[in-house]
Design a protein around this ligand. Structure first.
Ligand SMILES: Cc1cc2nc3c(=O)[nH]c(=O)nc-3n(C[C@H](O)[C@H](O)[C@H](O)COP(=O)(O)OP(=O)(O)OC[C@H]3O[C@@H](n4cnc5c(N)ncnc54)[C@H](O)[C@@H]3O)c2cc1C
Length: 374
């Protein structure tokens, strides 16, 4: 006998976990698959800072800051013990960056205070330049948050290799559901989503034991978490050249310690554990959320699409995606999950800023992957 659910979610990172939670809140029966278990991808490696984005008011900054406000309230109400509102300091990288900070000030929509060098020194932070302190920001316990969001939801450790649709239901082995959500991070080959151009960026986190009194978290070109229960977390994701998951290297965590020594006193930091993972991002850095276009159908039915035709989109029935959260999965995921749950349950349109449709026509016109059809 097949087991039937309202929605199946593939991927138990922060995107899948938040979506599962939001759908369950709306009364759905949800099943989650993950090939390596909860938060075994990028989410488990994350420093999981939840902080605003600074800049000159770009559309991405506006969306990120909406998501930040939503996320901090979400974590405070849903799993307060796992969100540490330590405040986060954004420190300029160099003098040129420090000059830009003045231009960013009018666009700091979230509560902030300017901290001078001397004030930072008192907090145990070595920084040459005036920095922004965001008191409402903080850090999550990455894996534990995903586990908490999934605590009342069925999760099966299983690698989904194929998805099929029969009689209006999505089938994964003996399980079936009306809706299917792909929250698979940088691995996205279960259907043709080439137009979303999902790419991975590799990163590492080192958890160090320390007695350093550091009550505040900070971000410069890397993240340094406050000392929480004797652990300071150092993290960064920059490596685009790593294409597949590789074993975590102790050296990477130690090089983060070396780098952090310009910001804090690292003399008593002892490496306890290394985490590493791939975070998945989109070309324009906006999340990818909503319905999935039926690419083979569109290319076959409307061949002129590769020369600029703009036919009506056809979507794959009841298939959805939540991906492309980039370096801010813990910031974006709660708001994205709310939007996706409203789309799935109430048939609401997702916000156009995150709808993957934005990338489809350009991909048809420009992608070298379609050169053979030209
Ligand atoms: C070192 C590091 C530091 C970071 N720091 C921060 C930070 O400070 N703040 C922040 O907000 N974000 C941070 N991020 C980014 C954040 O981790 C990502 O945005 C987030 O992980 C995206 O979540 P996700 O659920 O989309 O993907 P993932 O967490 O990668 O989850 C995808 C899941 O899908 C599963 N899966 C894939 N294919 C299949 C399949 N076929 N069958 C079954 N399961 C499958 C994988 O096993 C995986 O668990 C950091 C990332 C890294 C690596």
């Amino acid at each position: 006998m097949s087991k039937t659910y309202d929605s199946i979610i593939i991927g138990a990172g922060i995107a899948g976990a938040s979506t599962a939670h939001a759908l369950t809140q709306k009364g759905q029966k949800v099943l989650v698959f993950d090939k390596r278990g909860i938060a075994s991808g990028g989410s488990g490696a994350a420093g999981a800072f939840v902080s605003p984005k600074i800049g000159k008011g770009s559309p991405l900054q506006t969306l990120t800051n909406e998501a930040f406000s939503f996320a901090k309230d979400f974590y405070l109400s849903t799993c307060p013990a796992l969100f540490h509102q330590t405040g986060v300091i954004r420190i300029p990288k160099d003098e040129a960056d420090a000059k830009k900070f003045s231009a960013y000030e009018p666009f700091n929509e979230n509560k902030y205070v300017n901290y001078k060098k001397e004030q930072l020194q008192e907090l145990g932070v070595h920084a040459e330049f005036k920095s922004f302190y965001f008191p409402d920001a903080g850090v999550c316990d990455a894996k534990e948050v995903c586990e908490d969001l999934l605590s009342d939801i069925e999760v099966i450790e299983y690698e989904v290799k194929e998805i099929t649709q029969e009689d209006g239901l999505w089938c994964v082995g003996e399980y079936s559901a009306k809706n299917l959500v792909l929250a698979t991070g940088y691995e996205s080959d279960l259907v043709d989503v080439r137009y979303m151009d999902i790419k991975g960026t590799w990163g590492s986190r080192g958890d160090f034991s320390s007695n350093l009194k550091l009550g505040i978290s900070m971000h410069q070109s890397m993240s340094v978490g406050a000392n929480i229960d004797g652990i300071i977390k150092l993290g960064a994701t920059h490596e685009k050249e790593v294409k597949e998951v590789v074993p975590c290297k102790k050296e990477q965590a130690l090089s983060l310690k070396e780098k952090a020594s310009s910001l804090i006193d690292t003399s008593d930091l002892e490496l306890e554990e290394v985490f590493c993972g791939m975070r998945s991002g989109s070309k324009d850095y906006f999340p990818l959320l909503g319905k999935v276009i039926d690419v083979p159908f569109m290319l076959k039915k409307y061949p002129a699409i590769i020369r600029g035709a703009k036919p009506e989109m056809k979507y794959i029935d009841n298939l959805f995606v939540s991906n492309g959260l980039g370096g801010r999965g813990f910031v974006f995921a709660p708001l994205m999950a709310k939007m996706l749950a409203e789309c799935i349950v109430e048939d609401k349109e997702v916000d156009v800023r995150v709808d993957p449709d934005r990338l489809f026509l350009k991909w048809c016109r420009k992608s070298s992957e379609l050169d053979a059809l030209r």
